[in-house]
Design a protein around this ligand. Structure first.
Ligand code: GDP
Ligand code: MG
Length: 641
């Protein structure tokens, strides 16, 4: 960039013949009407753009647009590039219908800064000038121009011109510059051939920067090309910045392969679309609402196409109202996020609405549920401002999305994107599947998978207790996933999150241990040893499981097995009694003559009341002993086994 070249663009607006071109000439010395004559004769490649050097020394750009229809096209094309606007009103004519329409369009296009110029003051007396001023005040009140100055000038005599230049200087100083970061995006407004040079395109760069030798995509047809040379204001430069008027000489592209309305963009960063998610505002001044599925002309960037409006949560938008909607175009085009657009009706041909692109590459909802989630998503996208919030909203809406698609849709800077991904993943707000392409998976979708897999695994473990868990194919089947790498990565993710356990490529519920006969038989004999060693001081089920270091489930399986073989019983509050211990105990008490007391049994078994009581009660139920008062008798019929 030349040292004094400052990326700030002012556009003119106002009724025809109110003196826009003459004012631009008075402040810049450049006659834009004459420039377009020259252009027609091939003397200059730039149209309607004048460099304007301010009192502070900075050089900015001013765009002057001839004619009303051209104003609309040029304003839409340049809106994203325009930082401020200069609305010109002739003092002798006052506010005219086109003055109002221009101001409405500028507001719809999201222009936030500007100043108002009352021109031709040499043609009116003081009284007329006062009337014009009042007229202008009521026009701009409530609009973005309200906060800007109103300057009185005569482009003819030069009166007020130095003050106007100062006011523009102040405006440039006080305007926050537009955020134009991101991959390069340039809607093409003119295409021509220069013999011996090749195809040249011009436009206002909306985002990013472009340098000689950069690779570019030409959308929507996705031709690829390389930038051979770059010009700004008819001067060759190495690099051009968003906000500047740019001419690019493109290699390997024939004149027939590119036209006005196309986009020259950084390679692999944008895609063509026929469905956009948008926010629409209908002008308060239009007489008719916009209806669902209405056909309309869409002006966005440098393209204008026929399109239909699909309303999502209502059947019409009434004048003055804002709504989320989709625009379905009849031919493909390329737009960028946040691009402002204008909607015009045919008969009468007039601007009825405008808005902003929320998602440039969108999908039509296929059912009611998808429609509800789309509305929720669009509301989130209009409310949220940070890249992180928007990434989360996108993940929740798409459920599963490739990182490269998310990057494309959100138009985030790669480094910022990576930071957002990392922090959302660390917080557990999203999951990340690291395949050749990385995929983001929303928390909602992960939980949906978790629930289904947990229930299927529950059944699976019951049916296949000997298996370690489901393999990748069975997981794919359970979750209806048809990409095997995706299921494999999902299994790894679930393992990392400790939602499930994965071992030898098999996924299982965390608590589940597969049945292994050798291990089982080992545990059976280990339990027997524990029980025989403990003898009358029987362990409880839980204590035995703890000693064996096995789960309750596994313990239960062993108990069932041994109970069936009549090798053990559970007595009292869960004491495990082995049949050999039972026999020994039986012999001990059979040897007692007469009444059996608890204390005596305790003494001869060298144990305690805690164990003896449940043993005796168990014998009572079996009819081996019988309680008589606080003593017991051994029933003779059981003397012999
Ligand atoms: P535009 O259509 O808004 O660009 O208007 P032009 O700049 O082409 O001006 C239209 C006519 O108004 C031309 O004949 C100009 O000479 C004339 N004009 C522009 N500014 C002034 C002014 O300050 N005083 C007078 N008397 N005539 C002017
Ligand atoms: Mg003009």
């Amino acid at each position: 960039m030349k040292t004094n070249e400052y990326p700030f663009v002012i556009g003119t607006a106002g009724h025809i013949d109110h003196g826009k071109t003459t004012v631009v000439k008075a402040i810049s010395g450049i006659d834009c009407d004459r420039l377009s004559e020259e252009k027609r004769r091939g003397m200059t490649i730039e149209l309607g753009f004048a460099p304007l050097t301010l009192p502070c020394g900075k050089t900015i750009s001013i765009i002057d647009v001839p004619g009303h229809e051209k104003f609309i096209r040029q304003m839409v094309a340049g809106a994203a590039g325009i930082d401020a606007v200069m609305l010109v009103i002739a003092a002798d004519d006052g506010v005219m219908p086109q003055t109002r329409e221009h101001l409405e369009i500028l507001s719809l296009l999201g222009i936030k800064n500007g100043l108002t110029v009352i021109n031709k003051i040499d043609l009116v007396d003081d009284e007329m000038l006062e009337i014009a001023k009042e007229d202008v005040q009521s026009l701009i009140s409530g609009t973005f121009l309200e906060k800007g100055p109103v300057m009185n000038v005569s482009a003819y005599t030069g009166e007020g011109i130095p003050e106007l230049l100062d006011a523009i200087g102040d405006l440039v100083e006080n305007c926050a510059q537009k955020n134009r970061e991101g991959p390069f995006f340039l809607p093409v407004d003119r295409v021509f051939h220069i013999p011996g040079f090749g195809t040249v395109v011009t436009g206002t760069a909306i985002k990013g920067t472009i340098s000689v030798d950069d690779d570019v995509d030409i959308l929507p047809l996705l031709e690829v090309s390389k930038v051979r040379s770059v010009q700004v204001h008819n001067e060759p430069v190495e690099i051009a910045y968003a906000g500047q008027r740019v001419a690019l000489n493109l290699a390997g592209v024939a004149l027939s392969e590119i036209r006005r309305g196309d986009v020259v963009a950084a390679k692999n960063c944008f895609a063509a679309t026929e469905c956009l998610d948008v926010e629409i505002k209908l002008l308060p001044s239009v007489p008719e609402p916009i209806h669902h599925w209405q056909r309309i002309r869409l002006h966005v960037g440098t393209s204008d196409v026929i399109a239909r409006i699909s309303l999502l949560d209502r059947d019409k938008i009434i004048p003055g109202e804002c709504a989320a909607a989709q625009i379905l175009t009849e031919e493909p085009l390329a737009v960028c996020r946040d691009a402002h657009f204008i909607l015009r009706s045919y008969s009468p041909l007039r601007t009825v609405a405008g808005g902003r692109v929320i998602m440039p590459v969108a999908e039509k909802p296929r059912n009611k549920l998808e429609k509800i989630s789309l509305i929720k998503f669009l509301n989130a996208m209009t409310e949220h401002t940070t890249g992180r919030e928007r990434l989360l909203a996108l993940a929740e809406y798409k459920k599963i999305i490739a990182c490269k698609d998310a990057l494309l849709l959100l138009e985030l800077d790669q480094a910022e994107f990576e930071r957002n991904i990392a922090s959302l993943e660390a917080k557990g707000s999203i999951g990340l599947l690291k395949m050749a392409d990385r995929f983001i998976i929303s928390l909602g979708k992960m939980e949906e998978y978790r629930e289904k897999l947990a229930s299927d695994l529950g059944a699976f473990h019951k049916e296949h207790p000997e298996r370690k868990g489901m393999d990748q194919e069975e997981v794919s089947c359970s979750l209806s996933i048809n990409d095997s790498r995706f299921s494999r990565e999902l299994m790894k993710l679930f393992n990392r999150l400790a939602w499930f356990a994965v071992e030898d490529d098999r996924i299982r519920l965390n608590y589940f241990r597969p049945f292994d006969e050798a291990v089982f038989m080992n545990n059976v004999s280990a339990l027997k040893n524990i029980l025989l060693e403990a003898s009358y001081m029987m362990p409880t089920v839980n204590e035995a499981a703890e000693k064996l270091n096995i789960t309750a489930e596994e313990m239960n399986r062993i108990l069932v097995y041994l109970k069936e073989r009549k090798d053990l019983v559970i007595i009292g509050d869960g004491f495990v009694l082995h049949s050999e211990v039972e026999s020994a105990f039986r012999e001990k008490i059979a040897a007692i003559d007469g009444f059996i007391t608890l204390a005596e049994v305790r003494d001869i078994t060298c144990s305690s009341r805690k164990y003896v009581l449940p043993l005796l009660e168990y014998f009572d139920t079996k009819g081996i002993t019988r309680r008589v008062g606080d003593k017991r008798i051994f029933l003779n019929k059981n003397r012999k086994k």
